[in-house]
Design a protein around this ligand. Structure first.
Ligand SMILES: NC(=O)c1ccc[n+]([C@@H]2O[C@H](COP(=O)([O-])OP(=O)(O)OC[C@H]3O[C@@H](n4cnc5c(N)ncnc54)[C@H](O)[C@@H]3O)[C@@H](O)[C@H]2O)c1
Length: 279
């Protein structure tokens, strides 16, 4: 393999460029200011997309937008938005569309399985369940509704919903208990399974209009987790490690957002080092 010097840039073959060059396209990424959302914004910015990123925290969105602008020399708009608020979602989507008169890519990333408060179903507050479902499931559905209408009009578009392996598999709670950790609540699994189901049906609904809808189910990514938990998790993963921020999600997003996946819709792409493949 030929190694390139630090200052030497890899020149892409025109065949690859025609697949992955997304210059001028507009991507909307919810929860795009940190972690997965920021990685997603990075890879789409690197491919040439103009970016609209949302966060509940306006200042955080603005800081990340500045960083993305200077790294990738694309236009970036930050928005404060709670995905669980349908009115805010409609307003932000309208403003993103007004910006460049197009939305080519929507990544529904905002969400997460909060492990604050009581996580065991029998002790869990109704309000906590409702909020988790509202953010992870309803929020994704609201964004799909607003952006889906625009994409139907355009006759093209790519929607990527970030689900989770929690929507596919039950979790072994002994692993969490051994490390003194709370495990994600059952409502998280319900919401993410809902996202995977929604993805398939929306793919069927929007396919005739040229819009592809897919989901990505990441496995566990290592963010300062207890050592014993990481060891247990890695032992159950064929590739022997947890996911890495900044690296492991980008390829899947680039594939599903670009024309590399133009004949792929209704698919759940699992990015978990084989965790769900191994009994
Ligand atoms: N971290 C993992 O190991 C993992 C694994 C599988 C799936 N996921 C999923 O990936 C996505 C991103 O996860 P992450 O680990 O980067 O999470 P994170 O908690 O670090 O970030 C989530 C993002 O969503 C935003 N967000 C949360 N609630 C919101 C709301 N109501 N309105 C608007 N934005 C909101 C946050 O501000 C943040 O930007 C989530 O959907 C999560 O469920 C994460």
């Amino acid at each position: 393999m030929r190694l390139h010097g630090a200052t030497e840039r890899l020149k892409m073959h025109p065949e690859l460029e025609s697949i992955f060059d997304m210059r001028g396209q507009v991507a909307l990424i919810t929860g795009g200011a940190i972690h997965f959302g920021f990685d997603i914004a990075c890879v789409l910015g690197a491919a040439g997309c103009h970016l609209a990123i949302t966060s509940r925290d306006e200042e955080r969105a603005r800081r990340s937008a500045d960083e993305l602008r200077s790294r990738y020399e694309v236009d970036v708009l930050p928005f404060a938005m709670d995905v669980a608020d349908a009115t805010q979602v409609a307003d932000v989507v309208r403003r993103v569309h007004d910006w460049k008169q197009r939305i080519d890519i929507l990544v529904n990333n905002a969400g997460g399985g909060s492990i604050k408060g009581q996580c065991h179903l029998f002790e869990r507050e109704t309000q906590a369940i409702d909020r988790l479902i509202a953010v992870n499931l309803n929020g994704t559905l609201y964004c799909c509704r607003e952006v889906g209408r625009i994409m139907r009009e355009q006759g093209r578009g790519k929607i990527i919903n970030i689900a989770s392996i929690a929507g596919i598999l039950g979790r072994d709670r002994r692993m969490y208990a051994r490390s003194g950790m709370a495990s994600q609540p059952v409502d998280y699994a319900a919401a993410k399974a809902g996202v995977i189901g929604m993805t398939r049906d929306l793919a069927a609904l929007l396919g005739p209009h040229g819009v592809c809808v897919n989901s990505i189910s990441p496995g566990g990514f290592n963010r300062d987790l207890p050592e014993t938990f990481v060891r247990d998790y890695c032992d159950r993963t064929p590739l022997g490690r947890m996911g890495r921020d900044g690296i492991d999600l980008k390829g899947a997003v680039l594939f599903l957002a670009s024309s590399a996946s133009d004949y792929v819709t209704g698919h759940d792409l699992v990015v978990d080092g084989g965790f769900t493949a191994w009994q």
